[in-house]
Structure formats: structure tokens, C-alpha cells
Design a protein around this ligand. Structure first.
Ligand code: MN
Length: 136
């Protein structure tokens, strides 16, 4: 039988302690676990308040991201991409990236990934690319 869920910030919870290091400001992020019937794969909705984003990281087996609300950013080694509802981003295994809200707008996305995560990576464009006009 299929499982159904709805992306809903009201069902989201504070970031689990184990994931605090993934975010620049965990207090501005909420996570909604989603059912995922695909073996060894997890899914969640992540709601970022303005100014909240992940630290740079790599997913050992990649990550699929579907933007559901707001305006946000997904940055890889080459670009900082402004993303909006309906945008789908697929990061390959080991791909370097970071993602979240813009400095002035909230963003929600759904992720689908293997739980493996590597935070011990270079900062890359994380510091200089996050300017106040991003997404305007
Ligand atoms: Mn990611």
C-alpha cells in the first residue's frame, strides 16, 4: 500500500541534535520527516527561515531536492542557483553543495537521500556568495 503525506510546516519539528552541525542556524530550520518506502532511502521536508542554510556538505550517494515553497538557493562548485517551487535539483554521489533560504526569503524543500552525509569539506563559495541581494 502506498503512503501519503503532505508538506506542512505545522507538522515540522526542531532540527535533531545530530543534525545541528549541518545548519548555520538550526533555530531557524524545521524538519518534517516524510514516509519513504524505498529501501535504504530517506525523505524529509525542510523549512528554512530567511537567512538559514546548510553548511557545505557532500552526500555519499547523492541527493534529490524538490523545492515546494518560497525562494531559496542551491549552490554547487560552480554557481549559486536561485530556486523556486517546482524546481528539482539532483546532486550526484559525492557532489559538493549547500542549500537553504535566501537572506530575505524563506524556502521549503523536500529531500530524498541515503542518510550518509559528509560535513568535513571545503567552504568553497559559502561565505562570499551569500549576499543580501540574492534572489531579488
Ligand atoms: Mn544536501
Amino acid at each position: 500500500m502506498d503512503k501519503f503525506a503532505k508538506v506542512d510546516p505545522a507538522q515540522a519539528k526542531p532540527v535533531p541534535e545530530a543534525l545541528h552541525k549541518l545548519f548555520n542556524d538550526p533555530s531557524k530550520v524545521k524538519v518534517q520527516p516524510l514516509p519513504c518506502e524505498i529501501p535504504d532511502v530517506g525523505s524529509k521536508a525542510v523549512h528554512f527561515e530567511a537567512g538559514a542554510r546548510t553548511m557545505p556538505h557532500r552526500h555519499a550517494k547523492g541527493q534529490h531536492i524538490i523545492v515546494t515553497d518560497g525562494v531559496g538557493v542551491v549552490a554547487d562548485e560552480e554557481h549559486v542557483h536561485v530556486v523556486r517551487p517546482g524546481d528539482v535539483i539532483s546532486s550526484p554521489p559525492g557532489g559538493w553543495h549547500w542549500h537553504g533560504a535566501t537572506p530575505t526569503t524563506a524556502m521549503s524543500h523536500v529531500t530524498i537521500e541515503d542518510p550518509g552525509l559528509d560535513l568535513d569539506v571545503e567552504r568553497g563559495n559559502w561565505d562570499e556568495a551569500y549576499t543580501p541581494d540574492l534572489g531579488r
